[in-house]
Write a protein that binds this ligand. Structure first.
Ligand code: ZN
Length: 268
């Protein structure tokens, strides 16, 4: 029983041939948020025994699409790109994925902007199929602390003063130029794929215009990294956003699947 609880705590589950890691933060009223967005507001509405016969529970919640672990639909920053319900399912399920570890750089500079060189360390990225790149800044350890995670003390709704790492404009341009036919999504373990200091959200603009979606507030990348045969190994990602008509984004469940047969950046 103790062992089972420990497994749940790490969001890991084993099956005979694969290891599953849940890369999703649990939503609650304490969930960290981007200041301009409506916070997650959960109300436990009913939890009762009906006439002493059976138990019945039902809750309600209100939230921005962009709270918690979520997907930014390309339409979020590009009026000609896909809304959340329009993203083809083959770009969400069973996608080869790679973690680029930039923790060291971000530890030295909380406003670090991920460079082209950081990406090149992991090349050649030469898969023949769709893929997702996840950037691991190490910021997920602050997730339950809004001021640490967002880098600002004030609780008002202005985005000023945010401090956390993100991609540089050059890195976003590079990804689009080099990989846009195959790169379906870019994820990060912070509030935004743009660094906190960004004013115009250029990285969003560049990627989303090319129908590359964003994954924000991704959890447990360190757990995946520990389980990989080597840091540059690939694994499978399943990304399951809520299907909202005209959605600019949606909360999503992200699950990593690590299989023995995938290693060394090639699918055997
Ligand atoms: Zn978003």
């Amino acid at each position: 029983m103790k062992h089972f609880a420990a497994l749940l705590l790490l969001s890991i589950e084993y099956s005979s041939c694969a290891l599953y890691v849940d890369l999703t933060h649990t939503l609650s009223n304490k969930t960290s948020y981007f200041p301009t967005q409506t916070r997650f507001n959960f109300t436990e509405q009913t939890a009762t025994w009906v006439n002493g016969n059976y138990f019945y529970a039902s809750n309600t919640f209100q939230t921005s699409e962009h709270i918690g672990t979520h997907l930014d639909a390309p339409y979020h920053f590009s009026n000609t790109s896909w809304t959340i319900d329009q993203i083809p399912i083959e770009r969400l399920i069973s996608i080869d994925s790679l973690i680029i570890d930039v923790r060291k750089q971000c530890k030295q500079n909380k406003n670090y902007e991920i460079t082209v060189e950081d990406i090149k360390q992991y090349e050649p990225i030469n898969l023949n199929k769709y893929f997702i790149i996840l950037f691991y800044t190490g910021w997920d350890v602050y997730y339950s602390n809004q001021s640490m995670y967002s880098g600002r003390i004030s609780n008002d709704n202005s985005p000023d003063g945010l401090q956390f790492p993100g991609l540089s404009v050059k890195a976003a341009d590079y990804l689009v130029k080099k990989y846009h036919q195959k790169l379906v999504g870019v994820g990060i373990d912070t509030l935004s794929i743009d660094a906190g200091q960004s004013k115009q959200f250029d990285v969003h603009q560049i990627l989303l215009k090319n129908n590359i979606y964003g994954l924000e507030n991704v959890a447990s990348l360190g757990t995946v990294l520990k389980e990989l045969s080597q840091p540059t190994a690939y694994f499978i990602l399943h990304v399951l956003p809520i299907k909202i008509e005209k959605g600019t984004g949606a909360q999503c469940r992200i699950v990593a699947v690590i299989q023995d047969k995938i290693s060394n950046g090639t699918v055997q």
